[in-house]
Design a protein around this ligand. Structure first.
Ligand SMILES: *Cc1c(COP(=O)(O)O)cnc(C)c1O
Length: 376
């Protein structure tokens, strides 16, 4: 068995043109956190999102969330509602700004932030005399959150949304691209995401002025003067022109990557969905997931662990679903509005290998192992 190659959860998958654009950066000596590749990469994202947006390419998705919250005026002692069932990067920037996260549980249809619990958190906080400053909502594993319901709450209480689309580039909601819905959208190009620049991110803005403000903050808030002049504290968050070259190449294959990841899902679904012990997350009407990671929900924690360990022994990498933020030692002392949904998902769920470069043989190997564990 050990002669077989390791299967990764989600590994980078180059398209072919990346090296050409990286070479351009070297040939023109634009080896800096600005340059033609950055401009072209931003343009490519803007035309893909196709919703009158202005995109700033940044060093990470986390930095994009940080800038979004800062541009929304989040500061010390503010409260920010955040989806609990997510990766810690959704919540960490709330802490960078000295604000307090309020964690809200997920609902069953999308595994994302539950609109009723968001509203409950807001009305409670308003009754206590303090309106939350922003809502961080996440399209987890590529599945859009309930965009309409969230937008209505956002409007009703006048609280802006940071749309964490790090896992959902290429997903759509009623035909409109994820990343373009929130007051700010954020994308990630980390090595495990649907497309990658090895590390990188982007902030999606709805006006050119906001993009300029974001880029200003991302370049040490350096002002236009012959000397170095600063009136505010900035960050060094801009994307490198070398890495943006990778991004340009990746944009040319984004739709292929979405297709390949959705095919992985279809494969697993056909092979495993008939089993009583395994469930898949379905797309509600109008929801289109890039299926960044295919996740299964098993009938028990014990079965989940049995499958995970059997796959590990055969050198197949899987991962339990995200451990909710309200259960994390670093965040457990903060307020939360939870009903057990994400705890249950964390208990029974498993992310299966989902790279766009998996072969049919890989998928066969994985499903055969799972079937063996379930039927034995
Ligand atoms: C990956 C990810 C991020 C952060 O992106 P980085 O580019 O790694 O900083 C944020 N939110 C979610 C949900 C993610 O999966």
């Amino acid at each position: 068995m050990q002669t077989q190659t390791k299967i990764w959860l989600s590994s980078p998958h180059m398209g072919g043109k990346e090296q050409t654009y990286v070479n351009e950066a070297f040939q023109t000596n634009w080896v800096a956190p600005l340059g033609p590749n950055v401009d072209k990469f931003e343009e490519a994202i803007q035309s893909y999102l196709n919703n009158n947006v202005h995109v700033a390419a940044l060093s990470t998705g986390t930095s994009a969330i940080h800038l979004a919250l800062e541009l929304l005026g989040v500061g010390k002692d503010d409260e920010v509602i955040c989806q609990s069932f997510t990766f810690s990067a959704s919540a960490n920037p709330i802490m960078y700004l000295g604000a307090t996260p309020i964690f809200v549980d997920s609902e069953r249809d999308t595994w994302n932030i539950a609109p009723e619990l968001v509203e409950k958190a807001i009305t409670d906080k308003i009754a206590q005399g303090k309106k939350p400053k922003a809502i961080v909502a996440v399209h987890l594993y590529g599945m859009p959150y309930k965009i309409n319901e969230l937008a209505q709450i956002s409007m009703k209480y006048d609280i802006p949304i940071v749309e964490d689309s790090a896992e959902a580039f290429g997903s759509t909601y009623h035909g409109i691209n994820c990343g373009s819905f929130g007051d700010f959208g954020i994308l990630s190009f980390n090595g495990n995401k649907i497309i990658t620049t090895s590390g990188g991110g982007a902030l999606v803005c709805h006006s050119i002025e906001l993009k300029h403000k974001a880029v200003h903050l991302a370049t040490q808030a350096r002002e236009d003067a012959p000397h170095y002049q600063h009136s505010m504290v900035g960050y060094n968050y801009r994307m490198s022109n070398v890495l943006a070259g990778i991004g340009r190449g990746q944009m040319e294959v984004l739709d292929d990557r979405v297709g390949a990841r959705r095919s992985n899902f279809e494969f697993y679904y056909k092979k495993l969905n008939h089993l009583m012990d395994i469930e898949f997350l379905q797309e509600p009407d109008g929801f289109f997931s890039n299926r960044w990671l295919t996740c299964i929900l098993t009938s028990s924690f014990e079965l989940r662990e049995k499958i995970r360990k059997a796959l590990l022994l055969d050198d197949v990498e899987t991962r339990p679903l995200w451990k909710p933020m309200h259960m994390q030692p670093v965040f457990e002392k903060y307020p939360n509005y939870t009903d057990g949904t994400s705890e249950d998902l964390f208990d029974r769920g498993l992310c299966l290998p989902s790279g766009s470069n998996l072969s049919i043989d890989d998928l066969e190997r994985i499903t055969t192992l799972i079937l063996k564990e379930i039927t034995k």
